[in-house]
Design a protein around this ligand. Structure first.
Ligand code: NAP
Length: 550
C-alpha cells in the first residue's frame, strides 16, 4: 500500500482534480455570461495587476462564460465608468456596480469565486429574512469593504456586499478594497483592521457580519450587532444540531452523520474558529507545518462530504421538548439532541483606549491585520502560544514587533520561545499595558513595569492582543446549562451537560484547548450522542423514577 508524502500528494492531486471537475460542471450549468474589465497602467502596482490576471486566467480555464477585456487607465471606458486607479477590476459594469481595487488573491479568491457564481446565476441568493430588510431600502448606498488577502473573515463580509449589490444594482454599488494595494484609502478611512465596511462613507461594520446583520446595518447606516427575524417559517428536522463549526463541531458532525444521525452544523461566523486565525500550526498530527486556514479548509471539505453546514446563521434560542426547538436567524430546527461546540472568544485587556481604538490600531487578529503594519512599530501583548506564534507572523509580515508580557517567563511552548529568541524579537518582561493613546488612531502605549513600578511611554502604531480566550457560554447559560467556577460548561466526563439531550465539546469545556483535543472531544461527544439516542438515558432515568415511585 502506498504511504508517506508521495501518497499524500497523490491524494491531494486526486482531491484537486475532483474539485476542478466539480467547478467546471457548476460553471457549465450557469445561465449567464460574466464579462470582466481590467483597467491598469504599466508601472503602477504591477504586482497586483499581474496577480489579477493570474486569478482571472485560472478561472477562465474552468469556464468560457468568463470573458476578460483589458484597457489602459487612459481609455475612454475608464472615464465612462469612473475608474481612477490601477488595477481596477469591474464586474459586468453594464448591469452591476461592483469593482475590485486590487487583486482578488489569497482568501479573496473565495469572494471572487462566489462573485462569479452569483453573477453566473444572475441572482443574489439572499435569505428570505435579508430580502425583507433590503426591500425597505429607499436611497442609494455606496458600499466600501476593506479586505486583505490573508484575512479569513473577509470573504464573508464581501459576499454580503456582493449579494446586496446584485439584488439592488439600481441603488447599491460595491468597492472591494485591498488594503495592501490601496493603503492610501485605508489611511483615509482609518481602516486599520479588516474587514471594515462603510456605506455612504459611514462605518457600518467592523469584522464579518451575518448577512442579515450586514443588511440591517446597510439600511440604518450604522453598525448593528443583532438581527431578530420577524418569523422563521422554515423548519428542518434533525437528530443532532451542532452549534459551532470549529474543529470540535466539524469532527462531531462527521461522526454523527457516519453513525446515521441526521445532523446540522450551525456556525455564526467563519468556520474553523480560532484555528482559522492561527498563522501556522505545527502540532496537529499528520501535518509537520500547515497554515491554520488551510487546515480548516481541509476539515471543512471533509465535513461537507457528510454533513450540512449552515454558515452565517446564529442560534438565538433552544427550547426544551421532544423534539427540542433550535431557533436560528433563518429557520427552526426540530431536533432530538444539541451539541454545544461554541468555543471561546478572545479576551480583552480592559485598559483605557482599547475599545476606542479597536480597528484603529488595536487588533485581535494578526493574520487579518498584519499586512497593514509593514515597517510599522507594533507591540504584541501576551506570553502564550498565540502571542508568540502571532509575533513571529507579524515579524514575517515586515512589522517591527516587540512582545510585552506581564511575567518574567513565557507560557508558550519551548519550541516557540526558541523561535522568538532566534528571530531577535525583543521582549519587555514584567510589563503591563496601562493605556492605549492617540488621536484618530493608536499612536502610543503607556507601559508599567510591575516589579519596579516604572512607567514608560512607547510610540507604536499597532497593539496586537493575544491574552487567551473566554468560553462562549451565553447560549448555554440562557438555557440552564451549568458552568463551572471558571465559566466552562460542566459535563459528566462523556460530554453530557446537566440538561437532558444537550451535550458539549471543545474549548467551551475548558481543558487543554488544542486542536487535537477539540477534535477528540467532538468525536467522543458524537459517540455518546449515538449511544444515548439508541438508549436514551433521560428516558431510562424517568422510567426508573416512575418505577421507584410506584
Ligand atoms: P493562554 O495560553 O491562556 O495564554 C495567555 C497569555 O496571556 C498568558 O501568557 C497570560 O499571562 C497572558 N495574559 C492573560 N491575561 C492577561 C492580561 N489581562 N494582561 C496581560 N497578559 C495577560 O492563551 P493563548 O496563547 O491564546 O492560547 C490558548 C490556547 O490555545 C492554549 O491552550 C494554547 O496552547 C493553544 N494554542 C496553541 C497554539 C500552538 O500550539 N501552535 C497556538 C495558539 C494557541 P500569564 O502567562 O502570566 O498567565
Amino acid at each position: 500500500m502506498a504511504s508517506g508524502p508521495e501518497h499524500n500528494h497523490e491524494m491531494d492531486r486526486g482531491a484537486q482534480e475532483a474539485l476542478v471537475r466539480q467547478l467546471r460542471q457548476t460553471f457549465a450549468g450557469l445561465p449567464n455570461q460574466i464579462p470582466l474589465f481590467l483597467f491598469s497602467q504599466r508601472g503602477k502596482d504591477d504586482v497586483f495587476v499581474d496577480a489579477s490576471r493570474q486569478v482571472i486566467r485560472a478561472f477562465r480555464e474552468l469556464t468560457d462564460k468568463i470573458t476578460l477585456k483589458e484597457y489602459h487607465l487612459n481609455h475612454e471606458l475608464a472615464a465612462k465608468w469612473g475608474v481612477e486607479s490601477s488595477p481596477t477590476l469591474l464586474i459586468d459594469p453594464d448591469r452591476y456596480q461592483i469593482r475590485w481595487l486590487g487583486a482578488p488573491m489569497g482568501e479573496e479568491g473565495r469572494s471572487f469565486l462566489e462573485a462569479m457564481m452569483l453573477l453566473g446565476m444572475g441572482k443574489s441568493d439572499l435569505s428570505d429574512q435579508s430580502m425583507k430588510v433590503i426591500e425597505r431600502l429607499d436611497g442609494p448606498r455606496q458600499i466600501k469593504i476593506f479586505v486583505s488577502p490573508s484575512c479569513p473573515y473577509c470573504p464573508q463580509q464581501v459576499v454580503n456586499g456582493l449579494k446586496a449589490a446584485i439584488e439592488r444594482p439600481d441603488l447599491i454599488s460595491l468597492e472591494i478594497i485591498d488594503i495592501q494595494c490601496r493603503p492610501d484609502l485605508a489611511e483615509q478611512y482609518n481602516a486599520h483592521s479588516v474587514p471594515q465596511a462603510y456605506a455612504n462613507d459611514m462605518l457600518i461594520g467592523q469584522g464579518a457580519q451575518q448577512e442579515e446583520v450586514f443588511l440591517s446595518s446597510l439600511l440604518k447606516l450604522e453598525p448593528q450587532t443583532i438581527f431578530i427575524p420577524e418569523s422563521t417559517d422554515k423548519v428542518v428536522e434533525t437528530d443532532v444540531v451542532i452549534v459551532g463549526g470549529g474543529p470540535a463541531g466539524l469532527t462531531a458532525g462527521i461522526y454523527t452523520e457516519r453513525s446515521g444521525l441526521k445532523t446540522a452544523v450551525v456556525e455564526r461566523d467563519a468556520l474553523g474558529g480560532q484555528v482559522a486565525l492561527t498563522p501556522v500550526v505545527e502540532n496537529y498530527p499528520g501535518f509537520t507545518t500547515v497554515g491554520g486556514k488551510t487546515l480548516v479548509d481541509i476539515m471543512v471539505n471533509h465535513a461537507l462530504q457528510y454533513v450540512q453546514i449552515f454558515q452565517g446563521e446564529s442560534v438565538l434560542d433552544i427550547r426544551p421538548g421532544d423534539p427540542m426547538e433550535v431557533m436560528t436567524t433563518r429557520r427552526k430546527f426540530l431536533t432530538k439532541t444539541v451539541l454545544l461546540a461554541t468555543g471561546a472568544s478572545h479576551k480583552h485587556l480592559g485598559v483605557p483606549g482599547e475599545q476606542r481604538f479597536s480597528g484603529r490600531g488595536v487588533s485581535y487578529c494578526a493574520t487579518c491585520d498584519g499586512p497593514l503594519f509593514k515597517r510599522r512599530k507594533v507591540i504584541m501583548v501576551g506570553g502564550g502560544n498565540s502571542a508568540v506564534t502571532e509575533a513571529l507572523y507579524l515579524q514575517h509580515m515586515g512589522a517591527d514587533v516587540t512582545l510585552v508580557h506581564r511575567r518574567d517567563a513565557l507560557r508558550a511552548q519551548d519550541v516557540l520561545a526558541n523561535q522568538l529568541a532566534a528571530n531577535g524579537i525583543p521582549v519587555l518582561w514584567d510589563t503591563e499595558v496601562h493605556a492605549i493613546e492617540g488621536e484618530e488612531r493608536v499612536q502610543r502605549v503607556i507601559l508599567r513595569n510591575n516589579k519596579t513600578g516604572e512607567r514608560t511611554e512607547m510610540a507604536v502604531e499597532g497593539v496586537f492582543i493575544a491574552i487567551g480566550y473566554a468560553p462562549a457560554v451565553d447560549l448555554a447559560e440562557k438555557i440552564g446549562v451549568a458552568v463551572n467556577a471558571d465559566g466552562y460548561i460542566q459535563h459528566d466526563g462523556f460530554h453530557r451537560t446537566n440538561v437532558p439531550g444537550i451535550y458539549s465539546a471543545g474549548d467551551v469545556e475548558g481543558g487543554y484547548k488544542q486542536i487535537v483535543t477539540a477534535t477528540g472531544q467532538g468525536a467522543a461527544a458524537a459517540m455518546t450522542i449515538f449511544e444515548d439516542l439508541i438508549n436514551p438515558y433521560w428516558k431510562q432515568h424517568k422510567e426508573w423514577r416512575k418505577a421507584k415511585a410506584s
